[in-house]
Design a protein around this ligand. Sequence first.
Ligand code: C2E
Ligand code: MG
Ligand code: MG
Length: 651
Amino acid sequence: MKANAPTSSRILVIDDEQSIQKAYRTILCRAAGGSDALDAMDAALFGKTPQTPATTPTATFEVDAASQGREGVSLLNKALAEGRPYSMAFVDMRMPPGWDGTQTVEQLWKADPNLDVVICTAYSDHPWDDIAQRLGQTHRLLLLRKPFDAAEVWQLANSLSQKRLAETNAVAARQALELSHARLQLEVEARRTVEGQLKYDSLTSLPNRLLINERIERCIERSKRDAAFKYAVLFLDLDNFKSINDTLGHAMGDYLLVEVGKRLEGSLRSLDSAMRVGGDIPARLGGDEFVLLLDDVNSADEVRVIAQRLQRTIAQPTVMAGHQVAVNVSIGFVLGCPEHLVPDDLLRDADAALYQAKETGKGQVCEYDETIRQKVLSERRLSNDLKSAISLSQLRVLYQPIVSLESGLIESVEALVRWDHPELGTLGPALFIPVAEETGVIHELGLWVMRESCQQLRIWHERFPAHKSLCVSVNVSTKQLAVAGLADAIARIIRDTGLPGECLNIEITESAFIDNIEAVCKQLASIREMGVGLHLDDFGTGYSSLSSFHTLPIDAVKIDRSFVSGMGLDGRVANIVNAIQTMASNRRVKVIAEGIETIEQLAQLQALGCSSGQGYYMSRPVDAVAVQALLKENERTLTDSTPKWPRANAA
Ligand code: C2E
Ligand code: MG
Ligand code: MG
């Protein structure tokens, strides 16, 4: 602490004698204005020469003096209002005609309870006990007997000023501390709110992708330090959630997701896990996708047991708006291993395992293993290779004849794409169309197949004048229909190839109408305006099937192969085919049977009145050269006018 009083220390003197006020000034403001003349006067008053101590500072105190108590109190109030309070006050005991010292001190303390006061009194005036009794025992009050000792006055002023300064500093420090604490609290609050928005799912309040990623990252780090540490990431997906959403509405769907979130949280091993450094954590990534991080597990078997327990918990029925709803959940999981470098690696593998679980059937638990890894790797490779397959001319189109079941003559051909992969050999569309759909290559691929087959058909039209009405059917993916511009692209192909629009059919599946039905129908309407036919593929396997006749603008339905192959085995299947046939002919919709493999199937379809069909019995998908041979044969049949196929009753 500094020995000298700070230059800003203010002293209040309340004394009715002007000479004494001056004396105070002399002692306390000596450096600022003391003079020998004053010294002489003060010597008279104090009985000796006022001695300022050896340590008298160059800059001393600022002294304000008042002659009466009231005046002193108003000086104090003014100083407080200015924010420059007095460090201490010297108050005379006797100040007629106004307040005496004790009254004055009482009023001073009302204004500033922290003011230290030195009462100045002659020995005979007031005994200390009386004063103390009136003002109470307090460390804020000191007594100075007259006549003063200058050094005593200065030291009292100095040490009480220092005390006041220390007190003020302590208060300021405490306030600063409180302020910074409050600021910190606010910051934490703000961070919590921001974190809440950023890291928690607003619907279920579960951690979201950001937070689960952080926690997975910690597990990755920990497993690097501790080889024995095991953890697992589980990917969960509700089976048939979409249909619940569609049938009961989105609000109910949301309710279900919240309920699933609660159940997930409730059945984990530690409930407070989200707040802990480690622990099991559920998270929602979006839609009906949930992720779970199991921290510190022993084996895949343990994870499987936990996963199955979760499945049972989630499968418990929930009552929503009077409906009892039960959902199954499929789970894929992966155990963390050194190859997992970032959280996405684990999420990707758990997702692949989930995909496998879904393929195996609903409500399954599947662990990511070598087989899935190989499958994913080859899919990834396919996806990479597929991007350049068109430019490298690795794709080709095969054509499968669609024939009249009456005459056996070829009415049209279905274009079916093949990929001659340089290393993997010829690949069927089932292997790469899903990859193309996922990567978006389908748009380019689909239009390439269409252009190629339209060009080919134009060539056949020219070569085989008897087949001027031969058509080509091109499969169009739901993904292609989902984006605007398909109708324009088809129009360009028709214009460029010069093929009449009536000779082109597009085959779509019912799934095309699941989302955004209005936009899809609008696009289909423009396609049909060009004369292009609309055929509903794989009919009977979709979600709306029979109602499609009423609602969709279709020209033909293609009865799925599964019905055709099931007809001979189950009479009910034949009845279904019959119903489709009847309904279609009522609506003037053509029926094409797919996958005819035997003469019996052919005969049965003929008997049911089915007009057209395709299948290995007639021809497998073949290349353009082979189609030409078939068309030549067709021409001969036309000139012979002998029906190629036996009638049903003759079969
Ligand atoms: P799809 O449109 O239903 O085509 C009929 C599928 O059944 C073809 O398989 C065909 O080879 C096969 N098939 C025909 N008759 C028989 C039969 O008697 N028995 C059996 N077992 N199968 C028969 P493919 O060529 O493997 O095509 C499979 C699916 O791939 C097609 O089913 C179609 O959905 C899709 N696809 C093919 N080419 C394209 C394309 O260019 N674009 C799109 N988006 N999808 C395509
Ligand atoms: Mg098809
Ligand atoms: Mg089909």
